[in-house]
Design a protein around this ligand. Structure first.
Ligand code: BGC
Length: 373
């Protein structure tokens, strides 16, 4: 992979922001929840993406991570929607038009209804179904993609959907959970091959949730097992970092997560063993009052520098999230956005911390084309 300038930007995922994703398993699951816990119109980003990416541009971002909604692209098995492809071409074209690189996730926790009715990630054919969707995405959108992310946090997904059961399909069975991780790994390997077969193939990776300071057994299962099932199928590693195991500290997010930037240094050093370039594909804080976010960003970017000094090849930082969004089983209460959303009017307001992040980016870009603060 060629090394360009260090990338700074933000991340989103389709179901959390688009609104009206009626054709996936989450929408179905939400019907069993109180109305206030349903995604509904979300942030109406499906219609307001131009406004949102203009804000990202104004905040000096040089990269944007989004996810494609599989259930929009393939609403029924084997039938791909021209409208959906056209929509995502416009979305990615808008991001590129602002001079930003695109990180595109194929699977960020949601599945088309047809897929979940066939057994979802327990079905032996699941990797094949996913590879066919990946083929369609690559053929029709590949020219607008700079980085492919096949799966977001496969182990977290399997844990919630088949372990704790608070995400669809709401199962609680650890054997099923293991099977799901295994089949997702096969799907990743298959999609990796498909994406590399395309003439305009961009680097392919996953966005891995890494928890720092876990004891050895948990560390292997949570942070590394997926990589042992997907050897030679990663061009880069996306690291999603939020917290460390067993740390104490005074600053907590609105979700109660203790802020620990040192953990990001450890997480990156832990992932260095794979010898691949790394991007922080998510890192953020639920902080409605925006009291801690600026310091959170500063300290985590410093933590990346520390990891770089110790040899970690880190090439980008994508903050979670560009805008407030639907936080899965927590509904809309947690506010992760650099940009606040008023869910009644859908008005966007840039939070002060977003300008601190902008100043960091502007300074880094002035100093060199590579990362240095
Ligand atoms: C997920 C996001 C989620 C964020 C904050 C990550 O694990 O990828 O979808 O919003 O954490 O909880």
């Amino acid at each position: 992979m060629q090394q360009g300038a260090f990338l700074f930007g933000a991340s989103t995922s389709a179901h959390q922001v688009e609104g009206d994703n009626r054709n996936n398993d989450w929408w179905e699951f939400e019907k069993t929840l109180p109305p206030s816990m349903r995604s509904g119109k979300a942030t109406d980003h499906f219609h307001r993406y131009e406004e949102d990416f203009l804000l990202a541009k104004q905040l000096s971002h040089t990269a944007q991570r989004i996810s494609l909604e599989w259930s929009r692209i393939e609403p029924t098995q084997g039938r791909f929607s021209r409208d959906a492809i056209e929509h995502y071409r416009k979305v990615l074209g808008t991001i590129r038009g602002h001079g930003m690189k695109t990180f595109v996730t194929l699977h960020h926790f949601t599945n088309p209804l047809w897929f979940s009715r066939k057994g979802g990630w327990l079905a032996g054919d699941a990797p094949e179904y996913f590879a066919s969707y990946a083929r369609c995405a690559a053929a029709h959108l590949g020219d607008l993609v700079d980085f492919w992310i096949t799966f977001n946090e496969p182990v977290v997904y399997a844990g919630h959907a088949y372990g704790t059961g608070d995400w669809p399909p709401g199962k609680k069975n650890s054997l099923l959970m293991v099977r799901v991780v295994y089949l997702i790994a096969q799907a990743h390997n298959a999609a990796y091959r498909v994406l590399h077969h395309m003439p305009l193939s961009a680097p392919v990776g996953i966005a891995k949730h890494v928890v720092a300071n876990l004891p050895p057994m948990q560390r292997f299962l949570f942070n590394h097992a997926f990589f042992s099932l997907t050897k030679n199928s990663h061009d880069f590693i996306g690291v999603n970092y939020y917290f460390s195991h067993n740390v104490t500290g005074d600053v907590k997010s609105d979700m109660g997560w203790t802020v620990s930037p040192e953990g990001l240094t450890s997480a990156l050093l832990e992932m260095k063993r794979y010898g691949k370039p790394m991007y922080v594909t998510e890192n953020g804080i639920a902080d409605e009052k925006d009291a801690h976010r600026a310091q959170f960003i500063r300290s985590h970017i410093r933590a990346i520098e520390q990891a770089q000094k110790q040899g970690a090849d880190v090439r980008g930082y994508l903050h979670w999230s560009l805008i407030d969004n639907f936080e899965w089983a927590y509904g809309f209460a947690p506010r992760f956005g650099l940009v606040a959303v008023n869910y009644e009017t859908m008005k966007r307001t840039i939070r002060p911390s977003a300008y601190v992040y902008k100043a960091i980016i502007d300074q880094a870009l002035r100093k060199s084309s590579h990362f240095s603060l």
